[in-house]
Design a protein around this ligand. Structure first.
Ligand code: BDR
Ligand code: CA
Length: 309
């Protein structure tokens, strides 16, 4: 099994990443840390606790991290995720507690206590990851790899070229890439293959548990905001592709390449420049996920919901 720390900003699709990480037998979820992104930190942290509460995930510490990006202000994605970052279902009071440590301390403790290197999965802005790498460079050998949902080899979704997690904290991407730790980008180019079709929603509904009902209510809301914001009736379930790639590498094709992030740019701040044709001849510094085996992916999602019961 692969031990992971999941750093996230729930967010509808982050919730499915949490459930996949907790429900898949190939993954050992050691900690959840939260960051300001889709919503303000108080919401993303509350939502992580709610995601665990509804799925009966106990004993996984949850700690809150950075409220906003390294530079500038946070602009939550409320047009997609709603005011509380988890629009749709009636949200229960969480029974799963908040760890009293901050996210960086929890990450450090998990890394130091582990007998083997741990993978960091990040499904929000990379702020916490960058702070960890900047302030605790000595921990780098304890991190086996970083798998991040964000960026894109093609289009953006906040500006024409910048994806939301990348656009929120581009400086954090730079710090993460410069750390030299094995880095995988799961960008919009692949996440837009994970479309939450009506068939997918029906398939998950058919599980027939309170968890699947809650999950489908999340998906219905998410698809309705995508329809409004991007004229896509079937929204893309971005974040769990990261966890799926670890649970079952055959779920996607990947390629080694060069990624640089635009920190300036009048129109392109936060764009991930991915040199798939090696035109710059720079040293490769990352892996990029390209093609999703869509059926395999939804199979993993369905299996995790069934496993959580
Ligand atoms: C990313 O931004 C958020 O809205 C999603 O949770 C995902 O991490 C997609 O651009
Ligand atoms: Ca996210």
């Amino acid at each position: 099994t692969t031990p992971i720390i999941l750093d996230c900003d729930p967010g509808h699709d982050d919730v499915f990443a949490i459930w996949l990480a907790a429900g898949d037998p190939a993954i050992e979820l050691r900690a959840i840390t939260t960051v300001g992104g889709n919503g303000r930190l108080e919401h993303t942290t509350l939502n992580a606790r709610i995601a665990c509460t509804v799925a009966g995930i106990e004993g996984v510490p949850i700690a809150a991290g950075a409220a906003g990006p390294l530079a500038g202000e946070l602009h939550p994605a409320d047009w997609i995720h709603g005011d509380n970052a988890l629009g749709g279902p009636v949200l229960p009071e969480p029974t799963v507690p908040l760890d009293e440590r901050d996210a960086i301390t929890l990450m450090r403790d998990v890394l130091e206590a582990s007998a083997e290197p741990v993978t960091i999965v990040a499904t929000g802005p990379l702020t916490n990851v960058a702070v960890l790498l900047r302030d605790h460079a000595e921990l780098a050998p304890r991190i086996s790899r970083i798998v991040w949902m964000g960026g894109s080899t093609t289009r953006g979704n906040v500006t024409p070229y910048a994806e939301f997690n990348a656009w929120t904290d581009p400086e954090a991407i730079k710090i993460t890439l410069d750390s030299g730790i094995d880095f995988t980008m799961v960008g919009l180019n692949i996440s837009h293959q994970a479309l939450i079709t009506r068939e997918v929603r029906d398939r998950l509904s058919a599980i027939g548990t309170p968890l699947s009902t809650f999950g489908v209510e999340l998906l219905e809301f998410f698809c309705s905001t995508y329809e409004r914001a991007e004229r896509m009736p079937d929204g893309p379930l971005h974040d769990p592709i990261t966890v799926a790639l670890l649970a079952d590498p055959a779920v996607a094709t990947t390629v080694r390449t060069r990624i640089d992030v635009e920190l300036d740019g009048t129109e392109t701040r936060g764009a991930t420049s991915t040199d798939l044709i090696d035109i710059l001849g720079r040293e490769h510094n990352a892996t990029v996920a390209l093609d999703l085996d869509v059926d395999r992916f939804w199979g993993l999602i369905e299996r995790s919901l069934r496993a959580l019961g």
